[in-house]
Design a protein around this ligand. Structure first.
Ligand SMILES: Cc1ncc(COP(=O)(O)O)c(C=O)c1O
Length: 434
């Protein structure tokens, strides 16, 4: 059984300087408290208590090649020798751009940024400028960054959420006000009629969604849903934006749009695009993207296309070949199926849903969730106990149920993970509702 006493001691003492000891709220609140890591290699993280931990956080989905991939690190070392920030252009950013435009169906042109939150803002501004309309439609349970105008209804309690056919806008943080939600509308995802009805009013600039809901759960679009939303957008002059910050380079080389064969007008990417380096991209139709150049729409950022992360991105993309997905998918599928069998053996009622390199476990659900409200019935406390038991066995998973698999989670790592899952499942099964 692993212990995390040194992490706890450091977090307590460093909280004097760093609020809560962490630099993102999403690192607070785990059962064992935040952990402090010394290094990462392959599928493993090493912490200050001397623990070696199999990691399924994978940098919140970013580390699609695992920790410390040699090719990416070599590219970064080479680039950093050449300089750090030019406030101008460098060949490596054009190479990076060419790769994305050749790979991603919706990418006629792009602009780089540094975080998913930031490029979501660029997308919203662009669609408002292009349409002359104000309203952006988002969906309950979908997260598009932490900024005031979009952090709404990301994880509302069912008590606050209002009727499913007309959900309330629920703030995600203290400090937001209804004024910040001006121009935002929230709908239930996977309900085509709701989108068609809302767009028919003719005032919606953009529909913004994850094409597969992966920030909460791992929920696939219903057959025909994405195509139907796209058709409604075209009919009513609304721009369709896919947020591929998680799904990009994880559901396949061409992202969710390639996997489901629906090409949006705009998409945003971050996380796995550069295997943990701070790169994000807004990509899309040339006529829209050119508004940044000649249409009076401002997009800026001191760190945009910084050459070192760009070099990391090129090396990452070079590694993300079709063979990479084929090979890695075998491990991910084996892991997911192994977990399902262990839950069946130990009598744990759960839905294990999703994809090869990203899946989700919802305890207590009778059927796969179709939207946020279905997912909200999962036994979160029970799953958090399971995640805690797993961590004590040396396997780190997100308490919200997501598992991110990298190319380093090979057969040996999967075997070790399944052993830990068996022990943790036996430990928590008696504590779960029958
Ligand atoms: C779907 C989705 N969109 C946007 C974001 C925001 O990205 P970032 O954390 O890089 O600002 C996230 C982050 O988790 C995300 O999951």
């Amino acid at each position: 059984m692993l212990k995390f006493e040194e992490s706890a001691r450091i977090i307590a003492s460093e909280s004097r300087y760093v609020a809560g000891g962490v630099n993102s709220n999403f690192r607070l609140g785990m059962g064992h408290g935040p952990l402090v890591f010394t290094h990462g290699e392959g599928a493993y993280l090493y912490d200050v208590d001397g623990n070696k931990i199999i990691d399924y956080y994978c940098g919140m989905g970013a580390m699609v090649l695992g920790h410390s991939p040699a090719g990416v690190q070599a590219a970064v070392k080479q680039q950093v020798e050449k300089g750090i920030l030019f406030a101008g252009q460098s060949p490596v950013e054009y190479e990076a751009a060419r790769i994305i435009c050749e790979r991603i169906p919706s990418a006629e042109r792009l602009r780089f940024g540094s975080s998913g939150s930031e490029v979501a803002q660029a997308a919203m501004r662009l669609t408002r400028a292009a349409t002359g309309r104000r309203t952006i439609v988002k969906f309950e349970g979908h997260y598009h960054g932490w900024f005031d105008n979009i952090l709404w209804s990301t994880a509302p309690s069912l008590a606050d959420a209002g009727p499913a056919e007309d959900p309330n806008l629920v703030q995600g943080s203290k400090g937001q006000s209804m004024a910040d939600a001006e121009g935002l509308d929230v709908l239930q995802w996977n309900d085509l009629a709701a989108v068609e009805a809302r767009l028919s009013r003719g005032d919606v600039a953009a529909v913004l969604m994850e094409a597969a809901m992966c920030n909460q759960g791992a929920i696939s679009p219903m057959p025909g849903y994405l195509e139907g939303v796209q058709a409604a957008c075209r009919k009513y002059g609304t721009i369709l934006i896919f947020d591929e910050v998680i799904t990009g380079f994880r559901l396949g080389q061409k992202g969710a749009q390639g996997r489901f064969n629906v090409t949006p007008d705009l998409s945003i990417f971050a996380k796995a695009i550069a295997n943990g380096f701070p790169v994000a991209a807004i990509v899309g139709r040339a006529d829209l993207m050119d508004m940044f150049a000649t249409g009076g729409v401002l997009h800026g950022g001191t760190f945009n296309s910084q050459p070192v992360p760009m070099a990391a991105m090129v090396a990452t993309q070079q590694a993300l070949t079709p063979e990479h997905y084929e090979r890695t998918s075998v491990y991910g599928t084996r892991l997911r199926e192994g977990i399902k069998s262990i839950f069946a053996e130990t009598g744990i009622k759960a839905q294990v849903t999703g994809y090869e390199l990203m899946f989700h476990i919802g305890f207590g659900l009778d059927a796969p969730a179709r939207n946020y409200r279905d997912l909200a019935h999962a036994d979160k406390a029970g799953y958090a106990r399971f995640a805690g038991a797993l961590l004590r066995q040396g396997v780190r998973v997100l308490e919200r149920g997501a598992w991110f698999v990298s190319s380093e989670h090979n057969d040996d790592v999967v075997d070790k993970t399944l052993e830990a899952v068996r022990v943790a499942a036996r430990e928590v099964a008696p504590t779960l509702p029958a």
